[in-house]
Design a binder for this molecule. Structure first.
Ligand code: NAP
Length: 293
């Protein structure tokens, strides 16, 4: 049976990488907004019923964490209700659904990396809506994988890495927070791990996903704070001659008030994913050195 894969969110950070890595694994239909609107149940139903996939990879999300505070209904529609509709549609077709969640479902007060069993307690609208999406999928589909990830970056879209590279060209001194800890994760890591998991199930990918169904933490390995991450970005910049920055100074989150509160330490423990699939994501610095070109 040919694997018929429907990728949603194909121009986002994760989606762009997924579009390349999934291409060799079957017939791939790759769509993004406005071809599909995750805030509109009819749009989701129409796309899934037209494509008739046996695997759906959902890389869409409302990811503007601060803006979500003032657009909670839209964020909930895209991150919470939409994935639930998608999961129901997948179930109707007996298709599998692969979806991505976030470390921002946690409050960051555990003082150690979070496991899949830890109770979520989101601090932000974004975290709440993503958690609602996870729960809706778990309730609706019996062949799903939710990969919970953190601090996703790529050079294709504005993100922390592109901001630091830009600031390093504009300011002699950068003040970067030390009190936010997690695992920077290159979008390519997510895409390659997803493709590897689908490949492991070749022959019967839906059955394989059904057997392995569940929530898994999936990030690049290791963790750091944003200050350490920024210093690594600056050091790995291949065009360092363009930088004007001379010092990076540690700061506190409280020095930079934002509409959404971020967790302090939301690093995720990755053992469950590694042991279920025998896939070990790269160390975050290794990915960063490959991503910044
Ligand atoms: N970015 C992070 O730091 C981070 C951290 C943890 C978890 N995650 C999760 O990882 C996954 C991938 O994130 P990412 O960083 O690749 O996100 P991204 O770059 O923001 O891409 C999200 C994609 O979703 C699309 N989209 C937005 N609203 C839509 C709608 N109403 N209907 C259909 N598509 C819509 C966007 O299209 P437009 O560009 O047109 O809006 C974009 O192509 C998401 O589930 C995210 O929650 C991300």
């Amino acid at each position: 049976m040919t694997t018929n894969i429907l990728l949603l969110g194909s121009t986002g950070q994760g989606g762009w990488e997924l579009n390349r890595t999934l291409l060799t694994l079957g017939d791939l239909t790759a769509l993004d907004f406005p071809e599909i609107d995750m805030a509109d149940p009819a749009s989701i139903q129409q796309v899934v019923r037209a494509v008739q996939p046996n695997i759906i990879v959902n890389a869409t999300a409302y990811t503007n964490v601060d803006q979500a505070e003032s657009e909670p209904d839209l964020a909930m529609a895209i991150n919470g209700s939409g994935p639930g509709i998608l999961a129901e549609e997948a179930q109707r077709l007996k298709a599998a659904l692969i979806h991505y969640s976030t470390d921002y479902v946690f409050d960051g007060n555990k003082g150690a990396p979070y496991t899949e069993q830890d109770a979520p307690a989101p601090l932000s609208v974004y975290g709440e809506t993503k958690l609602a999406g996870d729960r809706a999928i778990q309730a609706a589909n019996d062949a799903y994988l939710i990969f919970r990830t953190s601090w996703v970056y790529s050079l294709r879209r504005p993100c922390f890495v592109t901001k630091v590279l830009q600031w390093a060209r504009q300011h002699e001194t950068l003040r970067i927070v030390v009190d936010q800890v997690s695992s920077p994760t290159w979008a390519r890591t997510l895409a390659e791990a997803t493709a590897q998991v689908i490949a492991l199930g070749r022959g019967d990918p839906v059955g394989f996903i059904q057997e392995k169904r569940g929530l898994y933490n999936l990030t690049d390995s290791g963790a750091c704070n944003r200050f350490e991450w920024a210093k690594a970005i600056i050091a790995l910049d291949p065009a360092r001659h363009e930088q004007v920055v001379t010092q990076v100074v540690p700061a506190k989150s409280a020095d930079f008030p934002t509409p959404a509160e971020r967790p302090e330490n939301s690093a995720l423990k990755g053992e469950k994913f590694a042991s279920a699939f025998q896939i070990n994501p790269p160390y975050w610095r290794t990915s960063l050195s490959m991503a910044i070109v």
